[in-house]
Design a protein around this ligand. Sequence first.
Ligand SMILES: NC(=O)c1ccc[n+]([C@@H]2O[C@H](COP(=O)([O-])OP(=O)(O)OC[C@H]3O[C@@H](n4cnc5c(N)ncnc54)[C@H](O)[C@@H]3O)[C@@H](O)[C@H]2O)c1
Length: 238
Amino acid sequence: MSLAADPSSPAQPPAAVPAATAARLPHYLRALSDFGATVNSQDLATAAGVDAATLRRDLSRLGSYGIRGVGYDTAVLSAEISRALGAELDHRVALFGLGNLGRALAGYAGFAGRGFALVALFDVDPTVIGAALPTAAGPLQVHHTRDAATVIAAERVTIGMIAAPDGDAQSIADLLISAGIKSVLSFTSGRLDVPADVHVRQIDVGLEMQMLAFHQAHLLTPADPAEPTPQQQQRRSG
Ligand SMILES: NC(=O)c1ccc[n+]([C@@H]2O[C@H](COP(=O)([O-])OP(=O)(O)OC[C@H]3O[C@@H](n4cnc5c(N)ncnc54)[C@H](O)[C@@H]3O)[C@@H](O)[C@H]2O)c1
């Protein structure tokens, strides 16, 4: 009995999946790992933090409809979502910057299960160049950033990850682009100037903290009731 689309069918073209749906797919995939052989849409939606209608609409875009009264086959649905996310592809990642953050990323074991292999490490610090840095997948030699073009080609890197100081991010991005890399994940703050066909995801932790501070400030200081509403202001001035 097939509860979802045949996993041997070809992957959906990315254009068929709206960006908002694509952004929710990793959450569904993570949530699916908490369930047994089948899961109903309400339980999966709750675990993923969305409403059931959104989940059903998102999954229908992948061709997965589930079965009334039974739900979704978790293994089939996981394969379906992984394929839509390109997780079955061999994503080979190069990491630039092996300081506090870079070492933590290199040691994170969670990338491999999602189809990402860390295959190249770069830094400019002479004390680490040539050393074998421990990573989740075993020790990996650190190269100098100036050798990136050669190593990226040899290691068939497809994704560049930047955990170097903010001021070095653009030059590293330029280097990645000239080496043919189209996908960049940067933990630095500040805009990166890249061609239109290069996809940059930026994780600025400081910015995220500021957003939390903003919400916190508004939670703690609710709008002053003495403050006139825009409508009241308009009436007064009118
Ligand atoms: N540590 C954190 O918790 C944290 C959190 C959020 C964001 N960040 C950002 O991540 C980046 C790295 O932070 P960190 O704390 O790991 O810094 P860090 O100073 O500990 O490490 C930076 C590393 O980058 C290397 N480096 C410098 N120029 C380079 C280049 N051209 N190519 C490759 N490597 C180069 C340095 O030699 C060093 O090993 C910064 O942009 C920082 O703002 C850090």
